[in-house]
Design a protein around this ligand. Structure first.
Ligand code: NCD
Ligand code: ZN
Length: 347
C-alpha cells in the first residue's frame, strides 16, 4: 500500500459556527488538524478580544477529550473596531488575525466594512505590530458581475490598500481566480493566499450544468475551468505564498436546498482525502506537506507542528458519510464526484 507521512496539517480558514452545529462539526477537523484559523462571522459576530475569548472557550468545551486542537481566533473588523483592543488581543495571543468582510459580500457580513477609510487606523496599527489581516476579496457593487467580483476587488480595493499601508500583512482568503493567483505571485512579501479544497476540484459547471446543485454553491463562487487550473498549479507548486484554508462552511440542508440557499461547502470530513487525490493527479504528492503543514505557519510566523499523520492509498474507495447529523439538522458533506482512495491512517 502506498503511504505518505507529513507533519500534522493546519486549516487557515474554517467556519465552526456555535452551539449544536459547533459540537457536530468540530471533530471532523480536530481529528486530523492541529490548528485552525476560526472565522468570526457568528450572529452576532466576534468583534472584541473578550468575544474571541468566550468563543474560544465554547470551542474547547466542544472538543472531544482525545483530540488535541488549537483554535486560532480572529476578530471581525467593523467600522467601530477599537485598535487598542485588537493590539491587546494580539499581544496576549488570544487573537491571531483580523478578518475584513466587505459589508454584504457573504454569509453574516452585514456588520462588515462599507468604507475602508474608516478602518485605516486599525489597519495601520496592525501593520505596526505585524498582525495579519484576512480578507474576503470580493466587491459588493451590484453592477459588477458575481464572477468578476474577486478580480475587481484586487484593482479597486486590495492593490490601493497595499500601496497605502505597505507593511500590512494580508492573506487573500479563498482565492478563486487566475487573477488572484497572479496578483499574489507578483508581490514580494507580506501577501499570501489560502485555497479551499473544493475550488481545486469543481468549476462553475458543478453548480449549474444539468440542474442547480446548491451544495456546490459557496462564496466566492467557483469560476471557469481555466481558473481552477491556475489554483491547482499554485497549490501544488510548493510556492510558500499559497496554503490550505478549507473554508469548510456548514449550513443545514433546509437552508441550502431552498429558493434562496446559503453559500458554503462543508468539506471538513473528507478534505485530506480530496487533497491527496488532487496532489496525486498533479504528480505533486511531495508538495502536499508544504501546502497543508508548512507554508501556513511560515506566513503566520508560528512553529510548524512536530506530530505527523500518515495517509494511505487504499485499493477500494474510502467510505465517508454523505451527510452528518447535527442538533441543528442534517449537513451534506462535499461530494468531489469521484471515488476517494486516500485515507488518514489510524494513529
Ligand atoms: C461562508 C459562511 O457560510 O460562513 N460561506 C461561504 O460560502 N464560504 C462565508 C465565507 O467565507 O464567505
Ligand atoms: Zn469562509
Amino acid at each position: 500500500m502506498k503511504t505518505i507521512t507529513i507533519r500534522r496539517p493546519d486549516d487557515w480558514h474554517l467556519h465552526l459556527r456555535d452551539g449544536a452545529m459547533l459540537e457536530a462539526v468540530l471533530p471532523a477537523t480536530s481529528a486530523h488538524f492541529a490548528r485552525a484559523i476560526i472565522m468570526p462571522n457568528l450572529v452576532p459576530p466576534v468583534v472584541t478580544t473578550a468575544d474571541a475569548k468566550t468563543y474560544r472557550a465554547r470551542i474547547m468545551a466542544a472538543l472531544p477529550k482525545d483530540h488535541a486542537f488549537t483554535p486560532l481566533m480572529t476578530l471581525y473588523l467593523t467600522e467601530s473596531t477599537d485598535a487598542d483592543d485588537v493590539a491587546a488581543g494580539f499581544a496576549s495571543g488570544e487573537v491571531t488575525a483580523v478578518k475584513l468582510y466587505p459589508a454584504g459580500a457573504t454569509t453574516n457580513s452585514q456588520s462588515g466594512v462599507r468604507d475602508i477609510d474608516k478602518v485605516t487606523p486599525v489597519l495601520e496599527r496592525m501593520a505596526e505590530i505585524g498582525m495579519p489581516l484576512c480578507v474576503h476579496g470580493e466587491v459588493t457593487d451590484p453592477e459588477i458581475d458575481i464572477f468578476d467580483r474577486e478580480a475587481v476587488f484586487i484593482d479597486r480595493v486590495l492593490d490601493p490598500l497595499r500601496r497605502r499601508i505597505p507593511g500590512l500583512r494580508i492573506v487573500m482568503e479563498h482565492v478563486t481566480t487566475r487573477n488572484g493567483v497572479d496578483y499574489v505571485k507578483s508581490a514580494d512579501e507580506g501577501l499570501a493566499a489560502t485555497i479551499t479544497t473544493h475550488h481545486l476540484i469543481i468549476n462553475r459547471n458543478a453548480i449549474l450544468a444539468g440542474g442547480i446543485r446548491p451544495h456546490y454553491y459557496c462564496l466566492p463562487v467557483a469560476k471557469r475551468e481555466e481558473h481552477r487550473l491556475a489554483l491547482r498549479a499554485a497549490a501544488t507548486s510548493g510556492d510558500a505564498r499559497f496554503f490550505l484554508g478549507t473554508d469548510s462552511a456548514p449550513h443545514t440542508d433546509p437552508l441550502k436546498e431552498c429558493a434562496c440557499g446559503c453559500a458554503g461547502v462543508f468539506c471538513a470530513p473528507n478534505t485530506l482525502s480530496c487533497l491527496a487525490h488532487v496532489f496525486e493527479q498533479e504528480r505533486a504528492l511531495d508538495k502536499l506537506e508544504a501546502f497543508v503543514s508548512i507554508n501556513g505557519p511560515a506566513f503566520y510566523r508560528l512553529p510548524v507542528n512536530e506530530e505527523t499523520i500518515t495517509l494511505q492509498r487504499r485499493d477500494e474507495p474510502v467510505a465517508y458519510p454523505a451527510k452528518i447529523e447535527t442538533g441543528a439538522g442534517p449537513v451534506t458533506v462535499f461530494d468531489p464526484m469521484f471515488p476517494l482512495y486516500w485515507a488518514v491512517a489510524d494513529a
